[in-house]
Write a protein that binds this ligand. Structure first.
Ligand SMILES: Nc1ncnc2c1ncn2[C@@H]1O[C@H](COP(=O)(O)OP(=O)(O)OP(=O)(O)O)[C@@H](O)[C@H]1O
Ligand SMILES: [Mg+2]
Length: 179
């Protein structure tokens, strides 16, 4: 059964330590060690030590501006996209340091997803936004087709879509009949 654990960001250190006895049998999936994050000269996270366990829900609670979103963004390197950000300490996913120099942040983001309060499409077409995640998770798929209403009708390799489409609408699309 899924359990719920609640911590506040100010007491992340204490929560990790105090919870050690009950957490002894739990598997740590995500952890930070002395994690600090700077926006320029401003230190938004200071020595955060955090554990999140497999199959548990962990809530991060704290007043506005205390660094909740900043901490969440360190879990899949979303802060990398913000200019002038510097990270100290470590963030580990299944014991792997996700800030190690040879780690590809895009590969990290295929394993650590984020659900935002509001949809926030990339600055490209909606078709391309939908296709992005599908292609990332399945590089075999190089092409997708959708009908006029935007319904996805077929996903497959370019070759298969052009030579042996399994949906009539795809064939119509490829042959130009669909408009
Ligand atoms: N891109 C940024 N550049 C500079 N400072 C930032 C940036 N993003 C956040 N900060 C600052 O870092 C601190 C932590 O902000 P953060 O958004 O992580 O807090 P929060 O706990 O998520 O707040 P809220 O509850 O309002 O969502 C705040 O002082 C904020 O002003
Ligand atoms: Mg926030």
């Amino acid at each position: 059964m899924m359990q719920t654990r609640t911590i506040s960001i100010q007491s992340v250190k204490a929560a990790s330590g105090d919870g050690a006895a009950s957490a002894r049998d739990l598997q740590v999936r995500l952890s930070t060690e002395n994690l600090s994050l700077y926006y320029g000269a401003f230190r938004a996270l200071a020595d955060v030590n955090f554990h999140a366990y497999a199959n548990q829900v962990t809530a991060i609670i704290g007043p506005s501006g205390c660094g909740k979103s900043t901490l969440l963004r360190t879990f899949n390197r979303m802060n990398d996209t913000i200019a002038d950000v510097r990270v100290e300490g470590t963030v580990k996913l299944d014991d792997e340091d996700i800030y190690a120099p040879d780690v590809d942040p895009v590969a990290v983001r295929t394993r650590v997803g984020m659900v935002f309060q509001k949809p926030n499409p990339f600055p490209k077409s909606i078709h391309e936004n939908v296709a992005f995640g599908i292609r990332l998770h399945n590089p075999r798929i190089s092409m997708m087709r959708e009908d006029r209403a935007g319904e996805l009708i077929e996903l497959d390799t370019t070759e298969k879509i052009f030579t042996k489409p399994s949906d009539k609408r795809t064939e119509d699309y490829v042959s130009g009949r669909f408009g």
